[in-house]
Write a new protein. Sequence first.
Length: 336
Amino acid sequence: MQTLRLSNISTDIRRAASLLRAGEVVAIPTETVYGLAANALDEVAVAKIFAAKGRPADNPLIVHVLSPEDATPLIRPGVVDKLTALSAFIPGPLTVILPKDNKVPSIVSGGLDTIAIRIPAHSVARALLHETGIPLAAPSANRSGSPSPTCMRHVLDDMDGRIAAVLDGGECAVGVESTVLSLCGEVPELLRPGAVTLEQLREVLGEVHVAQAVLSPLREGQAVTSPGMKYKHYAPKTRVVLLRGGSEAFAAWCNTRDCMALCFAEDAQYLRVPCFCYGSSGDYDSQARLLFDGLRTLDESGFAPLIAAHAPDVIGVGLAVYNRLLRAAGFELVEL
Ligand code: TXA
Ligand code: MG
């Protein structure tokens, strides 16, 4: 199949909308990462997403809508108040898990009786939702297991020839996937950290649990609240090791090995290996924005058989960056 390249002008957005209405898969920009969208109420269309990604059938998709009102028919009657209570973060990089309505095909929810709802802020995503008038199921637009795409080139690297079209919306402002919060239990539970931080959620909701899988590997056979936690994620082909410590110790570790560094601005003066700087050590927004481009760029360069990644602090958006790097590194963490 030939993948159409579409821009964000209105005629192209209309073209993307008509492809989606016809049951095709279109990659779309959001403020977090690019998504692989299809009509969430059309099982055949949703099956094409799983095929294009090579995604396991039990890993459910996020459904994107314009507003809490548009989410109402997709969730169990009476629960929309839980969504509106989070209006401080909506629209934005937040996904909320709620009990689902029966009309949502079970292929979307991976057989679960819950549904992930996201109300994106990106103007192109919103224009497209407006134009199609349908809820859009969309996982990140990477091949299953690879780092998520944060620009059109990343999408084409993974999906060219596998989907009907890609809609260019420039570089994603956030760069890591949305925060995933489950509101199905008694206490809200953070399943995946993102740009809406744990600290911000606790300010609004009070107590918020952090799923164990956010910071540690799952034990064999352990039950998970979010199926995506089971799978290897965000991993380039090159082996990644995560290192925690100061700039000089990080550089000293790297300089004695055949490696490339995903580093902080402060590290560069000490490093004598190829490096990609993803922000200064306290700039978690920059680290999030550049993380996946850094992993992909180092991977493609082929300069060395190992990527040494300098770990951020686990506060604010740093928790999201750290969570992705832990998975990219298969939980291989070195304390310096
Ligand atoms: O920022 C994002 O969230 C992007 C953009 C495109 O919106 N999407 C994204 O989708 O990252 P995906 O499929 O790559 O990640 C969705 C995560 C997976 O870990 C999945 O298991 C989890 O959300 N998830 C989806 N539905 C769920 C449900 N009903 N219960 C628990 N976890 C769910
Ligand atoms: Mg993904």
